[in-house]
Design a protein around this ligand. Structure first.
Ligand SMILES: [Zn+2]
Length: 264
């Protein structure tokens, strides 16, 4: 029944509440205003930082922040060149390195990035950090979190006017947020992204890292190391979404496009 409701509802929604993902051009459902996503993001980011210990390794922290600024610059350049700068309105970029054994990193809406020291050995060097940075920033600027929340909202609220529901039901919206961004000291990870979102973040991240001056050929090497390490990683870095072979093949397919930006 639920599925039937969704099928009836989605076509008009897709006409009125559709956005386009920068770079890939994929159409996505977008029911939650960026300003609302960013406000929830900034609040939770502050909370995560308050509950965490920042790394005391000044050199590693500087590397993560330098890499972050370079990826940010690439994103801003790409968006400006394509008339998409409004997508970044309200962004408050932030890059922090958290002391933790977790093999983890994420970027929340509005450019709030956290790296965990546990992922640095797998990154190896700054180009490896750029693979992860580009991928996580891509999830944020492609608004994958908002898209997931929009789908859940469409399913859970049925026939209500959805834009009204978002305004009138802050508690429900907040609860939806937590189903997507369960990022806290106790969880440590966002829920796994879909295969579509993972491959899209890989593609966009590859372009952003290349534009930022990092060799994109580092990316398939990183994901191969991640696959070999397996096991203890949180969902975002588990090797099943998509399969390792699919991910590596897809990255290699996009490599000529990325190398054209790198050699520019
Ligand atoms: Zn991802």
């Amino acid at each position: 029944m639920r599925r039937l409701v969704a099928l009836v509802l989605l076509p008009p929604l897709l006409l009125t509440a559709c956005a386009t993902v920068p770079l890939t051009g994929r159409k996505q459902l977008s029911l939650i205003p960026d300003s609302q996503m960013n406000a929830m993001s900034y609040q939770q980011y502050d909370q995560v930082l308050a509950e965490s210990t920042l790394s005391s390794d000044a050199k590693a922290t500087a590397m993560v922040q330098r890499c972050g600024r370079r990826i940010q610059g690439a994103v801003e350049d790409y968006f400006r060149a394509n008339g998409l700068s409004h997508h970044l309105d309200g962004y408050q970029w932030d890059f922090n390195l958290i002391e933790s054994e977790q093999v983890n990193a994420w970027c929340m809406p509005g450019g709030k990035v956290a790296f965990y020291t546990g992922i640095l050995p797998l990154c190896g060097d700054e180009a490896g950090v750029a693979v992860v940075m580009g991928h996580e920033v891509a999830h944020a600027v492609a608004e994958h979190g908002g898209e997931r929340m929009s789908h859940q909202l469409a399913l859970s609220l049925g026939g209500m006017a959805l834009s009204e529901a978002v305004k009138d039901k802050p508690d429900e919206t907040r609860a939806l947020w937590l189903t997507v961004f369960a990022v806290g000291a106790q969880y440590g990870a966002m829920l796994p992204y879909s295969r579509t979102h993972e491959l899209e973040a890989d593609h966009m991240g590859l372009i952003f890292m290349a534009m930022a001056g990092y060799d994109p050929r580092t990316a398939p090497e990183f994901w191969q190391r991640m696959a070999a390490a397996g096991g203890q990683a949180p969902p975002e870095f588990m090797s099943t979404h998509p399969s390792d072979e699919t991910r590596i093949r897809h990255l290699k397919e996009k490599m000529p496009e990325a190398l054209a930006y790198y050699q520019h």
